[in-house]
Ligand binder design. Sequence first.
Ligand code: THU
Length: 135
Amino acid sequence: MLTESLLKARAVAREASNSAYIPYSQFPVGAALMLDNGQIIAGCNVENASYGLSNCAERTAIYSAIAQGHKAQEFAAMLIYMPGEKLYSPCGACRQVIAEFFDPGVMVYATCDNDTYQSWRADELLPGLFSMQQK
Ligand code: THU
């Protein structure tokens, strides 16, 4: 069962998915990046005719937060919403970006239209990641 704060984040992510620009996949995705002060930064997927330039909801939310002046240290959790009854996990590109900005123990939650969810620690999503930092 989703907790109250995750239900709130899912509502934000679901609402954001309504803004998705998805002429190619018709698959709307929403993300809710939860900050340590309770604020939520939303993101949606934005596709492109040159498919590889498409941006996932997770990266939109993270880049929006950075562009708004937030710092990685404020990132407390991320929730993604994808429509339907099936849970999906973040793509490889998003895992690399999550690894860049999330502390190892920050949680990532996948949700859908029922009340099941799946969760991972950020450091579970991309073992053996490429990093320039001495961690
Ligand atoms: N997508 C996301 O936004 N997040 C993911 O983690 C996986 C996939 C988007 C990319 C594309 O616009 C659509 O979903 C279908 O792959």
